[in-house]
Write a protein that binds this ligand. Structure first.
Ligand code: CA
Length: 262
């Protein structure tokens, strides 16, 4: 555990704990609070803990950066908090830079910024660097909790939407709306053509496609290129997705016809 980090578990016997444990998350909701003013920090921790959240507190920007980079250790692995409450003026690394850092890592964790500054410009800057909400000090704990709940609810809805639209085949998961593919949970970088081909494949497993059909579906009917283009893209896809591209498990060659997925 980091020095300067205080872990506060949920209070026992609170029925409110249920409201803080989301259905699709197997763990209690964990909130990271980065705030250097002791009184505010303690008040927030008390209020959130009473709501049943797992609260982690860090009074300093650099330590926060460290934990956001590595994640919390849990069950032998690491995970990021479900929500981050960030003060703007912090020792070493300020809240805006922390916010930028989180977003640059590609994380969509909900971020609530706390600040003594309440001008419109500060608010705009906060939202521009990727914060989801902004609360000006002084604020009431009921408002803070209501905002946290709303942010967590929105994040959960977003996860549910992503889950419901995802298509999984063996160890590949494709997210059509986001043009993303995960292989064993790891992001695979695909070109737009490669993605369109995978989208087509995964929606029609076992179907045999001729090179001409793939050209028309992926490149469009006006494409004048050679059907060898398809072979080249298939090779690239195999290199990215197959353990052994020379004996593929996903994208198979059907001699005399073309290709088949699965
Ligand atoms: Ca501060």
């Amino acid at each position: 555990m980091l020095s300067g980090t205080t872990a506060v578990g949920p209070l026992k016997g609170l029925s409110a704990r249920e409201s803080a444990t989301s259905d699709s998350l197997s763990h209690p909701t964990r909130i990271l609070v980065v705030e250097d003013e002791a009184l505010i920090r303690e008040t927030i921790v008390f209020a959130l803990t009473e709501e049943g959240y797992d609260v982690e507190v860090i009074p300093d920007g650099r330590a926060a950066l460290d934990i956001l980079y590595r994640g919390f250790e849990q069950d032998g692995g690491t995970r990021l908090p479900d929500l981050v409450i960030l003060d703007l003026m912090l020792p070493h690394v300020n809240g805006l830079d922390l916010c930028r850092f989180i977003r640059r890592q590609g994380s969509t964790i909900p971020i609530l910024i706390l600040s003594a500054k309440g001008t419109e410009t500060d608010r705009v800057v906060g939202l521009e660097v990727g914060a989801d909400d902004y609360l000006t000090k002084p604020f009431g704990m009921r408002e803070l909790i209501a905002r946290c709940r709303a942010l967590l609810r929105r994040a959960q809805q977003h996860r549910d939407e992503q889950e419901s639209e995802a298509i999984t085949f063996k160890e590949i998961t494709l997210y059509p709306q986001q043009c993303r593919i995960l292989l064993r949970g790891e992001e695979v970088n695909l070109s737009p053509k490669e993605f369109r081909m995978m989208d087509l494949f995964i929606q029609h497993p076992k179907r045999v496609w001729s090179r001409e059909q793939l050209l028309e579906k992926v490149w469009g009917p006006d494409f004048m290129g050679d059907s060898k283009t398809v072979d080249v893209h298939i090779r690239w896809l195999r290199e990215k997705l197959e353990d052994e591209p020379s004996s593929p498990q996903y994208i198979k060659t059907v001699r005399g016809f073309g290709y088949r997925f699965g």
